[in-house]
Each structure stands twice: as structure tokens, then as C-alpha cells.
Design a protein around this ligand. Structure first.
Ligand code: GRF
Length: 213
């Protein structure tokens, strides 16, 4: 069966992208990477992608007057790559409702909290301030409202006494690197579908919950 083609959008170091690169290098993984696109020319992830021999592109948002003009160039490159699914992996630009709707149910994101808790930035600081005992990460289909949309999978980690935001971030990141490839596999193999804005999985898969502990 043909593999699902991914376009991965990054803005920074690209460790989640790296986890997807590694997963895609496994012969029977159902997806392959068609394009890595960064909005920042200095994103460290671009070097990692090039080292893996992947096609890369830079669309520097600072060179465009409007969000729409920036996104139009990105869309053309993504379309030209033949991507079936767009994976946001630390992509730090808000996307317009038009872009999100064009890619509805084909655009996914990883967020470093157990949504719907802690959408937005500084999730680890906020989790510590709230005193939650479980924290984690979520992979979800993207909707126009930020960090919102049907949840594909989640991974939980404990919050330990003495945690700092940095320590907690490291623990969550390990979980992110497991969760993102697992969710891509679920979608690419057709075992997860959106129905009435909820992700339904085949009964034998029964959702995706990873607890690395
Ligand atoms: C991750 O924590 C991800 O959840 C968030 O941005 C960070 C990106 O890290 N959306 P990396 O670039 O994948 O290393």
C-alpha cells in the first residue's frame, strides 16, 4: 500500500520532527516525509532534516505583508510536495481559519499539555502553578481556535516534587517523541477517523494513551 506523505512544519530545534524521521525510517511504517518546511531560516531542525536527506524549504514569515500571503506560499509548496497530512512540530505561527479549513482533518499538532488543560504557551510553568499531579502532551487535529480540535492521542507523565518547568518539560518531551509517531501511524494506517468532531478508533486499537512511566 502507498505510504501516507507528510509535510512537517517547524520553527525550531525539531526534536519531534526527528522522532518522525526515525519512525519513517522503519520499513513498514505507513508514512514517509515529503517535505520539511520552516518559517525561520535559522531553525536547527532544518540541518537535521537535510542530514536525513529530506527535501526542505524555508518560507520566512518576516518577508510577507500579510499572514495570507505567507500561507499562500506555504500552501503551494505543501501541495507541490504531494503531502497528504501536514504535521505541526513546534511551528510557532498562528494559522488563519482559511488555511486550517483547507487542511481540515489533515492537519495535526502536538501540544505539550493534556488538553483541554493548558492551551497556549508556558504549559509546564502553568501545570506546576496549578499543582496538577499528571501532565503530558496531546496530538490533535487542528481547528481554527488555538490548541483545540479532535484529540488523536495523549501521553501522561507524573509531576514530581522538586520539579522545575525545565525538568517537567524534559519528561514531557520524552513522551512527545513516543506519542507523535504513534498518532501518525494510527492516522496513516486508517485506524483513526474524525466523526462528529471526535476521533474514533477501531475497537482493536481502542484509542491511544501512552503512559511512559
Ligand atoms: C514541543 O514541546 C511541542 O510540543 C511544542 O513545541 C515544542 C517543539 O519542540 N508544540 P521541537 O522543536 O519538536 O523539539
Amino acid at each position: 500500500m502507498a505510504k501516507t506523505k507528510l509535510a512537517i512544519l517547524i520553527s525550531g530545534r525539531g526534536s519531534n520532527m526527528q522522532a518522525l524521521i526515525e519512525a519513517c525510517s522503519i520499513p513498514d511504517f505507513p508514512a514517509e516525509i515529503a517535505l520539511v518546511l520552516s518559517n525561520r531560516p535559522d531553525a536547527g531542525g532544518l540541518d537535521r532534516a537535510k542530514a536525513a536527506g529530506l527535501p526542505t524549504a524555508v518560507v520566512d514569515h518576516t518577508g510577507y505583508e500579510t499572514r495570507e500571503a505567507f500561507e499562500a506560499v506555504m500552501s503551494d509548496l505543501i501541495e507541490a510536495s504531494g503531502a497528504d497530512i501536514v504535521c505541526l512540530a513546534g511551528f510557532m505561527r498562528l494559522l488563519t481559519a482559511d488555511f486550517v479549513n483547507d487542511w481540515r482533518d489533515r492537519l495535526i499538532n502536538i501540544h505539550p499539555s493534556l488538553l483541554p488543560s493548558f492551551p497556549g504557551l508556558h504549559t509546564h510553568e502553568r501545570a506546576l502553578e496549578a499543582g496538577v499531579k499528571l501532565h503530558g502532551c496531546t496530538v490533535h487535529f487542528v481547528r481554527a481556535e488555538m490548541d483545540n480540535g479532535p484529540i488523536i492521542g495523549q501521553a501522561a507523565v507524573p509531576v514530581l516534587s522538586g520539579d522545575t518547568p525545565e525538568l517537567l518539560a524534559q519528561r514531557v518531551l520524552v513522551a512527545e517523541h513516543q506519542l507523535y509517531p504513534a498518532c501518525v501511524k494510527l492516522i496513516a494506517s486508517g485506524k483513526a477517523r474524525v466523526s462528529r468532531d471526535i476521533v474514533r478508533t477501531e475497537s482493536k486499537v481502542d484509542g491511544l494513551l501512552i503512559n511512559p512511566a
